[in-house]
Design a protein around this ligand. Sequence first.
Ligand SMILES: Cc1cc2nc3c(=O)[nH]c(=O)nc-3n(C[C@H](O)[C@H](O)[C@H](O)COP(=O)(O)OP(=O)(O)OC[C@H]3O[C@@H](n4cnc5c(N)ncnc54)[C@H](O)[C@@H]3O)c2cc1C
Ligand code: FES
Length: 275
Amino acid sequence: MCDCQILAHYQYDGDQFILTLDSSEIAKSTIPGQFVHVTVSDSIPMRRPISVMSVDIDNGTFDLLYKVVGEGTKKLSESKIGDILSVIGPIGNGFELTDKKLPLLIGGGVGMPPIIAIAQKIKDTDCDPFVILGSEVPFPFTPEHSNIGPECDEVSHTMPLLEEWGVACRLTSLQGFEGVYKGYVTDLAKAYLDTLSKNELSKVEVFACGPHPMLEAVAKLSVDYNLPCQISLEEFMACAVGGCAGCTVEVQTERGSAMKRVCVDGPVFDARSIF
Ligand SMILES: Cc1cc2nc3c(=O)[nH]c(=O)nc-3n(C[C@H](O)[C@H](O)[C@H](O)COP(=O)(O)OP(=O)(O)OC[C@H]3O[C@@H](n4cnc5c(N)ncnc54)[C@H](O)[C@@H]3O)c2cc1C
Ligand code: FES
């Protein structure tokens, strides 16, 4: 557990926020897919789990991206630069990065942060990732034209941070935003996979985080294309350290079904063990 000072706190449309906190320990030790458990206010005893979106090891800071959905995140949104938050973390089993050279990274809504974290981790390796981010509210950043990845006038916008990192990314939404693919993340993922040769497909592994129906659709797409797929789940949590069994999900194992705790056994699971 550590006390982290708020160094920056930006608000975006749709009640979405990016929070920068100070902790060289968390910046150094976090694996993509791990999360922190944050005290949002003195008046709310239960912490809230939020994924780590990016880290700055040189400056000893890390970023969270969150959306206000209830009382806890509302309180968090009222915190100011200089305030101190009590943080436990990093927690959980993150994504296992394998030797597949064409990772397909899919994030929906507040499931974007762990996907962005993978992109940061592999941006300087010999992998050639493609990121798809979907949102039905305005994106928690200002989409900009991309010069990396597939060329298409209508589907040309990306997240500025990913463009800065040199990672190809396209955005999806049903809302008809400029430069954004009109459809579901899985529709664009399928269109992308259909452009790949058999040899290229053998190098793809899918990583996803987002709402449950999106994860189910991603898992199905992965089965259709015979691709390995890791997904990160977001379950209701109390302790987040494995003690209360409040976050269990049914998982298929080699020895039949078993109940696993999302906080410490996950949040990342093999998609085929969940769906
Ligand atoms: C591993 C993990 C990573 C997450 N990462 C992010 C992230 O990066 N960005 C982000 O915006 N949100 C993330 N969430 C969801 C976030 O934790 C919830 O939106 C938040 O706890 C809601 O709290 P609230 O008090 O505002 O809402 P309320 O609905 O008022 O919360 C009431 C209670 O329900 C729980 N709860 C409500 N919704 C969720 C949910 N979807 N998941 C878990 N618990 C919930 C809260 O913890 C609280 O105990 C993550 C959740 C998990 C489990
Ligand atoms: S939240 Fe308590 S065991 Fe997972």
